[in-house]
Design a protein around this ligand. Structure first.
Ligand SMILES: Cc1cc2nc3c(=O)[nH]c(=O)nc-3n(C[C@H](O)[C@H](O)[C@H](O)COP(=O)(O)O)c2cc1C
Length: 320
């Protein structure tokens, strides 16, 4: 381990301390399929073995909250919360932490009722070859609610955090990419519009789980827009975190546009960024982290969606 001196040291994400930096990324096992809850004894034993082996954090395989996107774990299943509780009880003694990945497959998923898959536009999934249903506003709202349902089930079941799946060509990425998003409304066209679904999902999930519960990406921009003073502490010497890493992959340079866009927006909103800074006094997201100091709550009295966000995160302006 001499090449990786930090691999076995703990790491804080939000209020959660991960015992080491060994992470088992989400992958579909289908091991839960023989239980009504989706969390079978086989699935628990699988994760228990990894916990016993010393893994610090496991991201549980995709969970969907909507029948238009079936998954091994379904938040519409009333048994899921109890299934999580059984899983957590067996994992806890070993110290491994559990995050749930929240997902909607978009045009890659076959809805349970046999109707056409949902997506930003009618572009068919290369896998299914079925023309998708371009999502209406109310379908978009339903999809956002489905991520919220998954986040709520995870929280109630004792899961430590959630990860919003915004990659691998699934629904959120179908909105992000101009190849699959041909919309002409507020959710299509310029990057600012194509990002709208992602930002709305993140804000809604954060609202559901409350401050301190780790969410993979955050929305400091929204907090600043709503009149809060936002201070962002970045442990690294630059902003962008995993996005900077991801954009190095072949043909993926455009991924960095999201970070650049957010940074320019927060610059204009006057968000203070402290680089190379750990904030020991507040829950910390190691990639991007911030806290809200007060806020102009009065001016938000008529904002139906507003509620105090606690600490929020997102890239932004360097402090002097
Ligand atoms: C069978 C299988 C299922 C996967 N399911 C998911 C998933 O549910 N969510 C996800 O983000 N990645 C998923 N992945 C990607 C893995 O998390 C991982 O990023 C990828 O396999 C690369 O890591 P590796 O080189 O160790 O396999 C899956 C990969 C495999 C092979």
């Amino acid at each position: 381990m001499t090449s990786f001196p930090n691999a076995l040291s703990p790491l804080r994400i939000g209020q959660v301390t991960i015992p080491n930096r060994i992470v088992r990324t989400a992958h579909v096992t289908m091991l839960g399929m023989d239980a009504k809850s989706g969390v079978s004894e086989r699935l628990i034993a699988y994760h228990e073995a990894r916990a016993r082996g010393g893994v610090g954090l496991t991201i549980l395989e995709i969970c969907s909250g909507h029948p238009s996107s079936p998954a091994p774990l379904m938040a519409i299943n009333p048994g899921l919360v109890e299934g999580y509780r059984q899983l957590v009880e067996r994992i806890r003694p070993h110290g491994m932490r559990l995050f749930q990945q929240l997902w909607h497959g978009g045009h890659h998923a076959k809805p349970l009722d046999g109707s056409a898959p949902w997506s930003a536009s009618d572009i068919p999934s290369p896998r299914l070859g079925i023309a998708a249903r371009p999502m209406t506003r109310s379908m978009i709202t339903e999809a956002i609610d489905s991520y919220v349902l998954g986040a709520g089930a995870a929280r109630k079941g004792g899961i430590d955090g959630v990860e919003v799946h915004a990659a691998h060509g699934y629904l959120i990425q179908q909105f992000l990419s101009p190849i699959t998003n041909r919309r002409t409304d507020d959710y299509g066209g310029p990057l600012e519009n194509r990002m709208r679904l992602l930002l709305e999902v993140l804000a809604a999930v954060r609202e559901e789980v409350g401050a301190g519960f780790p969410v993979g990406m955050e929305a400091a921009r929204i907090a600043a827009l709503r009149g809060h003073e936002v201070i962002l502490c970045e442990a690294d010497k630059d902003l962008g975190g995993k996005l900077r890493l991801a954009r190095k992959a072949p043909f993926r340079a455009a991924i960095g546009d999201v970070a650049a866009w957010l940074e320019s927006k927060l610059f204009r909103l006057g968000v203070q960024i402290d680089l190379s800074t750990y904030c020991d006094s507040i829950p910390l997201n190691p990639v991007i982290s911030a806290r809200v100091r007060g806020g102009k709550h009065e001016s938000l009295a008529n904002d139906r969606t507003w509620k105090p966000l606690g600490q929020v995160a997102g890239p932004g302006r360097r402090s002097a």
